[in-house]
Design a protein around this ligand. Structure first.
Ligand SMILES: [Zn+2]
Length: 83
């Protein structure tokens, strides 16, 4: 059995899906942390320590196919206590 792998949008390394944080766009105004990794829609996976890097490089917006403003991602940063 091999655990499912996903690519981290911050460092582009691969890791077990369960070890990554999944972010999804809520369709309205903000990015949600998908703690159970079950929400529908396009998601972005990140190592918890790579979130700040991904914000800087705008990889989250690219991955979610959405032009994110700072506030949308700021919520996530605050929740994850990084950045
Ligand atoms: Zn990473």
């Amino acid at each position: 059995m091999t655990a499912p792998q996903r690519m981290c949008a911050g460092c582009r390394g691969r890791a077990d899906k369960s070890s990554l944080t999944r972010l999804v766009w809520d369709g309205a105004s903000s990015v949600l942390i998908d703690e159970r990794q079950q929400l529908p829609g396009r998601g972005v996976y990140l190592h918890p320590g790579c979130v700040a890097r991904a914000v800087k490089s705008k990889a989250i917006g690219r991955g979610l196919r959405h032009n994110l403003d700072g506030a949308a991602v700021g919520n996530v940063l605050a929740t994850l206590s990084v950045g």
